[in-house]
Design a protein around this ligand. Structure first.
Ligand SMILES: C[S@@+](CC[C@H](N)C(=O)[O-])C[C@H]1O[C@@H](n2cnc3c(N)ncnc32)[C@H](O)[C@@H]1O
Length: 224
């Protein structure tokens, strides 16, 4: 489930500190340099562990300065409800930092995968990629949902980075076995022929690999 808060002490491993500094940089945009976040009196010294439904956060009101969520919002059935919960647990002046994927067409690996799925299942191909991970890809809709939950969007950035995989066959195996695409394929009758067709189509589009392709996301910083 999603990470729901960050109030780190200064005894974090180096990698974690880098993440915190990056987050702190976002969190305190008015300052010229990254500022480590410190626990406040009466607040937890460490981020809480555990799982929770983002639409029903098990935390008191105004308990956090920062909530982050990486590639989770697209999955929430009630996004305004989840954002309203995030707002409830944020203290005055708090920030909500999260990202969403851009449209399917801006993610070259998944364009190739979707083409492979459509070739393997010409009738009723799986639509999971289009409707879920890439189904919340309009920043104006995201901003409207944030506003409905009482947030003001402070910053919104479109970010395109290069994804990398050792081979196209690895990429296909990862999607077909380690993501919800698996369930959609199994429902329709998975088998070696399906996987071979998907790999063939993806390889025709991407080459055998090592493979590099652009992936676009939006990053939002919203303020209470
Ligand atoms: C694409 S994964 C992202 C995982 C991780 N943050 C990352 O970037 O690798 C989406 C995550 O959203 C979580 N998720 C889906 N619905 C949720 C909900 N209602 N509340 C909390 N987490 C949820 C899933 O459990 C999953 O871990």
């Amino acid at each position: 489930m999603m990470p729901v808060g960050l109030l780190p002490p200064m005894s974090q491993p180096r990698g974690d500190r880098r993440v915190h500094r990056t987050l702190a940089d976002h969190h305190r945009p008015d300052r010229g340099r990254p500022v480590p976040l410190r626990p406040r009196p009466g607040r937890p010294a460490r981020p809480p562990d555990g799982q929770a439904d983002a639409q029903r956060l098990p935390f008191p009101d105004e308990g956090f300065d920062l909530v982050t969520c990486q590639f989770g919002a697209m999955f929430f059935p009630d996004r305004i409800g989840a954002f309203t919960e995030v707002r409830r647990v944020l203290a005055p002046g708090g920030r909500f930092l999260f990202n969403t994927w851009g449209p399917l067409g801006a993610h070259a690996f998944e364009v190739a995968l979707q083409a492979g799925l459509e070739r393997a299942f010409p009738v009723d191909p799986p639509q999971f990629l289009r409707t879920v991970p890439h189904g919340y890809a309009d920043p104006t809709v995201v901003a409207a949902d944030l506003a409905a939950a009482g947030f003001a969007v402070e910053d919104e950035q479109e970010l395109t980075l290069q994804g990398r995989a050792a081979s196209t066959a690895d990429l296909a195996a990862g999607y077909l076995t380690g993501t919800p695409v698996r369930a959609a394929v199994e429902e329709r009758g998975d088998g070696p022929a399906v996987r071979a067709t998907v790999i063939e189509e993806m390889t025709a589009r991407l080459g055998p690999g090592p493979v590099t392709a652009p992936m676009t996301a939006y990053v939002f910083r919203a303020a209470v």
